[in-house]
Design a protein. Structure first.
Length: 279
């Protein structure tokens, strides 16, 4: 009996890309081997992609655009949705909502929020996790997380993004001192964007007897229909909350966290000092 192929989970956008690639290959009269040679892949890799055995990679989409795209940008447009499909399963539903959001209110208390991570920081963070991921999986997750950053520059409509970062996040080095310095400088750059408000919750925030951030990370999203939802995640488990009464409580909690944080100007100054920027 022939050995059964091990099929990976291929999402609908990756299937669309593979189907289009096959049709355009046949239209051009190319064999899988010839297409693979033009793209820098084997014919077997092209076959696996077309039969949904393995999802199309980001680099393969780049090469498909070059070899088959005819300047239409079809495969280039598919890079972001295909990359988002490769994010962890528990995150995918939220990621689709996030990409359409008109506003985000975020609190992160253990590492820099994924939207605000530099590539070296996220690479070190993902590669250093447990269970240890394969190099291929690290690359998939990095590409998917980087794809989320398109939200910063979306114009119609502009997404307003607020982030409160716990000060401990800024003081916890990830990867290396240089990686962390680059991350801090990037946060300072983000803080200067007109559609971004970045504040730091200081380590001594609880000294006054109130501390609204004790229950961890929090993401509130406003949809194009101006509905609100909350995303919570811990230890690879997640929940998307849409119940209005619960969402209201989370939004009030976020407002308390933001009120206990340093103001944006002071927060930026702290980030720059930790990055070694002279005033």
């Amino acid at each position: 009996m022939a050995r059964e192929e091990i099929r990976e989970n291929v999402g609908p956008m990756a299937r669309m890309a593979a189907t289009l690639a096959k049709k355009m290959r046949l239209r051009k009269g190319l064999t899988q081997e010839r297409e693979g040679a033009l793209m820098g892949y084997t014919g077997a890799a092209i076959s696996a992609m077309e039969r949904f055995v393995h999802p199309v990679s980001d680099e393969m989409l780049v090469q498909l655009e070059r070899v088959l795209g005819d300047g239409l940008g079809i495969f280039e447009e598919l890079r972001v949705p295909v990359s988002l499909e490769k994010l962890p399963e528990q995150f995918r539903n939220y990621s689709q909502i996030e990409q359409k959001a008109v506003a985000l209110w975020l609190y992160a208390n253990h590492v820099v929020h994924g939207l605000f991570q530099t590539e070296p920081y996220m690479r070190a963070l993902i590669a250093g996790g447990f269970p240890e991921p394969t190099l291929e999986r690290v690359e998939e997750l990095v590409v998917g997380r980087m794809a989320r950053k398109a939200l910063f520059d979306r114009e119609k409509p502009v997404c307003q993004i607020e982030l409160v970062l716990d000060e401990s996040v800024l003081r916890r080095p990830i990867g290396s001192e240089e990686v962390m310095r680059e991350q801090l400088l990037y946060l300072a750059e983000c803080a200067r964007r007109r559609n971004v408000n970045l504040q730091v919750l200081p380590l001594d925030a609880g000294l006054g007897g109130e501390y609204a951030a004790a229950r961890g990370n929090l993401s509130v999203v406003e949809t194009p229909a101006h509905d609100h939802a909350v995303y919570l995640e811990i230890q690879d488990e997640s929940v998307l909350v849409s119940d209005r009464s619960k969402v209201s409580t989370y939004m009030q909690r976020y407002a308390k966290i933001r009120a206990q944080a340093l103001d944006p100007r002071t927060s930026l100054g702290l980030i720059e000092r930790l990055a070694g920027v002279e005033s």
